[in-house]
Design a protein around this ligand. Structure first.
Ligand SMILES: Cc1ncc(COP(=O)(O)O)c(C=O)c1O
Length: 398
């Protein structure tokens, strides 16, 4: 019955892990999930109220496929404020979450066999999205030696006559590491030599930064010449705690944006009218809430890092942004837990979940073995308890 595409499709490993954790919790176990990719606090009050107002007002019909004009205008203003980039509302399309917008982007970019360069560790969905668009993912391993970032040399080496696009997130999921302006400029110089390549800049975590800058540097700030072939993807899910509202968007060259909007018109008609109103208020009015939330995240990060780095055999560097700690567990691999030798990050995560009731995502799911992704968008006491359990597990290794 199923198509070849259906047979080769893999479900999202992070969502699978969430389901498994729920199953173990349903058996009466106190499971702590460090695997979630969303804030643990609710949507900011005024954004939620805007959604309620939209319902009360009867703002509940289809909108245009590319989204309501006020929201597209607000998105342009935000990008102008953040990066000094000029876009008009006709160069924006709003969709049902950044995930679907990225999915539609690859559908509109790739012909069969077109190559898309993806630095690893990568967000789990990129390769699947590319393959569902009949493209070919070209995974470039970027390990600790390059701080898990692609370098101009690695990029240049990966480019072939079939390269269609390059996709990356900064800050990155799973590492939380962001590219500096100089690093982006160096990558931009490579792209300048290859005018066919489209750059997909996934900015979903760009407002969740813990250092001196409040917004992550952008490749178009350092290489504005790439604007005509760069697509910026972002949304309200992470920074405004609105994952369930499902609003994301893309800004880019008019022809590509129109194609994505047309694709959306056939696939989903439009994003939720109610959510669009809530997203509009979030962008316009919730930056002070976001700043407060970032402070809280930063405090949690410092506390978590201290504990993680006091546990033998594991270590983690401070991320620049997002809400993930990328924990190096490579020294635990090859050790024995009871009668089992830990041979992969998947083994590590399975024991941690099944015996210690802590869910975290194994690095291998992001294309990088020897690591574990921990989300610290988790209440401090629960985090402390989870890390204590992890310590108990690790001290049992022989
Ligand atoms: C790197 C990255 N991009 C995009 C998304 C999608 O976000 P959403 O569809 O909720 O807007 C996520 C969510 O986990 C992500 O981690």
């Amino acid at each position: 019955m199923l198509s070849r595409r259906a047979q080769s499709m893999k479900p999202s490993p992070t969502l699978q892990l969430v389901a498994k954790a729920k199953e173990i919790a349903a058996q009466g176990n106190d499971v702590i999930s460090l695997s979630v990719g969303e804030p643990d606090w609710p949507t900011f009050e005024i954004a939620a109220q805007a959604g309620i107002e939209a319902i009360k007002e009867g703002f509940s019909k289809y909108t245009s496929a590319n989204g309501i004009p006020e929201l597209r205008e607000a998105i342009c203003e935000q990008v102008k404020k953040d990066h000094g980039l000029d876009y008009s509302p006709s160069q924006v399309t709003v969709g049902t979450g950044a995930k679907f917008v990225l999915f539609a982007t690859f559908q509109m970019l790739c012909d069969e066999g077109d190559e898309v360069i993806i630095p690893a560790p990568y967000w789990v969905s990129y390769p699947v999205m590319v393959e569902l668009a009949q493209g070919k993912s070209v995974i470039i391993e970027c390990g600790p030696a390059t701080h898990f970032k692609i370098t101009p040399e690695l990029l240049e080496k990966a480019i072939t006559p079939k390269t269609k696009a390059f996709v990356f997130a900064s800050p990155n999921n799973p590492t939380g590491i962001a590219y500096t302006s100089d690093e982006l400029k160096a990558l931009g110089d490579v792209f300048k030599k290859h005018p066919r390549i489209v750059i997909v800049a996934d900015d979903i975590y760009n407002h969740l930064m813990f250092g001196a800058c409040t917004v992550a540097p952008h490749i178009l700030e350092s290489t504005p010449e790439l604007k005509e072939r760069t697509i910026i993807v972002n949304g309200v899910s992470k920074s405004y705690a609105m994952t369930g509202w499902r609003i994301g968007w893309a800004l880019g060259p008019t022809a590509l944006i129109k194609a994505i909007a047309d694709y959306q018109s056939q696939a989903t008609s439009s994003a939720s009218s109610i959510s669009q109103r809530a997203a509009l208020t979030a962008i316009k009015k919730c930056d002070p809430d976001m700043v407060k939330a970032n402070h809280l995240l930063k405090e949690r990060l410092e506390a978590s890092l201290k504990i993680i780095n006091s546990i033998p055999l594991i270590k983690a560097a401070k991320p620049d942004g997002a809400f993930y700690v990328w924990v190096d567990i490579s020294q635990t691999l090859g050790k024995k837990y009871e009668n089992q030798i830990l041979s992969s990050s998947r083994d590590f995560a399975t024991i941690l979940l099944e015996k210690y009731f802590v869910a975290a995502v194994p690095g291998i799911e992001f294309g990088c073995e020897g690591f574990l992704r921990i989300s610290f968008a988790v209440e401090s006491e629960r985090m402390l308890e989870a890390l204590n359990r992890m310590k108990k597990f690790i001290t049992k290794l022989q």
